[in-house]
Design a protein around this ligand. Structure first.
Ligand code: CTP
Ligand code: MG
Length: 230
C-alpha cells in the first residue's frame, strides 16, 4: 500500500541514496541491495513515512538510476527523486534544492540506515521544533578506543567518556542547513559537521541500535536478523 505523508506536517526528509556501496562488495548501488527481499531504500522510506510530522521526502538516487528509482518508489510513497552527486554532501545539496519552500525543518537520513525507526525521526524533529538549530542522534561508544600510529604501534588510549557515535536522521532548521551547505568547502560525511563549522550549536538526542549503518557484509547479516525480529 502507498504510504500517505502528512500535508500539515512541518518536516522534509532528505534521503541520500546515491552511493555505490563499495565496502559492501560488488553488486548494485547499496540503496538498491536487498534486505529481506526488498531494497534498503524501500525499508528506509517506509519507516520515514510512518513518522507523522513528515510532509515531504526527497531521495537522491544514483544518477544512472533516477528513472528506475522513481518507478520503484511510486507504489511505496509519494516522494521526489533527484540525481545525487559524486559525494554524499553533493547528494544532500541536490535533495535540499528540491524541498518545498514552506517547510521549516529538514532532516537528512542515510538510505543505508534502513531500519531506523519512525520514533527516531519524530524525536529528532521534535527537538528541532522545540528550538534546537541542529540535532543529531547518538549512542555512547562501547569499545576501548586507541590512537595508533602508521606503524600500527599504540600511541595512547582515548578517554571514551565524552565520545559518541553519530547516526542519522540529523535534523536542522532549514535555513541553518542551507547556509552550511552554501558555505561548504570540503566534502564531509555528515551534515552536522558542516553546521558545526558555522559555529552553530549541535544538540544530541538518544540514538537507536536499529539505526545502524549498513556498511559491510556483516551489517547486512545483522540487519536481516533485526528485520526478522522486528
Ligand atoms: N551517498 C550519496 N551520494 C554519494 C555517496 C553516498 O547519496 N555520492 C549516500 C549513500 O547512498 C548512503 C549514505 O550516503 O545512503 C551514507 O554513505 P555510505 O554508507 O558511505 O554509502 P556508500 O557511499 O554507498 O558506501 P561506500 O562508502 O562503502 O561506497
Ligand atoms: Mg561512502
Amino acid at each position: 500500500m502507498t504510504a500517505q505523508l502528512n500535508p500539515r506536517g512541518d518536516v522534509a526528509v532528505l534521503v541520500p541514496a546515491a552511493g555505490s556501496g563499495t565496502r559492501l562488495g560488488p553488486g548494485a548501488p547499496k540503496a538498491l541491495r536487498l534486505l529481506g527481499g526488498e531494497p534498503l531504500l524501500v525499508h528506509a522510506l517506509r519507516r520515514v513515512c510512518q513518522a507523522p510530522s513528515v510532509a515531504a521526502v526527497v531521495v537522491a538516487a544514483p544518477p544512472d538510476e533516477v528513472a528506475f528509482v522513481r518507478a520503484m518508489l511510486a507504489p511505496v510513497a509519494p516522494v521526489t527523486v533527484v540525481a545525487g552527486g559524486a559525494h554524499r554532501q553533493a547528494s544532500v545539496a541536490a535533495a535540499l534544492a528540491a524541498v518545498p519552500a514552506e517547510i521549516p525543518i529538514v532532516l537528512v537520513h542515510d538510505a543505508a540506515r534502513a531500519l531506523a525507526p519512525p520514533h527516531l525521526v519524530e524525536s529528532v524533529a521534535a527537538a528541532v521544533r522545540a528550538g534546537a538549530e541542529a540535532v543529531i542522534p547518538v549512542l555512547p561508544v562501547v569499545d576501548t578506543i586507541k590512537e595508533v600510529g602508521p606503524d600500527e604501534a599504540v600511541r595512547g588510549t582515548v578517554d571514551r567518556t565524552p565520545l559518541r557515535a553519530v547516526q542519522t536522521p540529523q535534523g536542522f532548521r532549514r535555513q541553518v542547513l542551507a547556509a552550511a551547505h552554501a558555505a561548504a568547502v570540503d566534502p564531509l560525511t555528515d551534515d552536522a559537521g558542516l553546521v558545526e563549522k558555522q559555529g552553530v550549536r549541535v544538540t544530541c538526542v538518544p540514538g537507536s541500535d536499529h539505526a545502524l549503518k549498513i556498511t559491510r557484509p556483516f551489517d547486512l547479516l545483522l540487519a536481516e536478523h533485526l528485520l526478522a525480529t522486528e
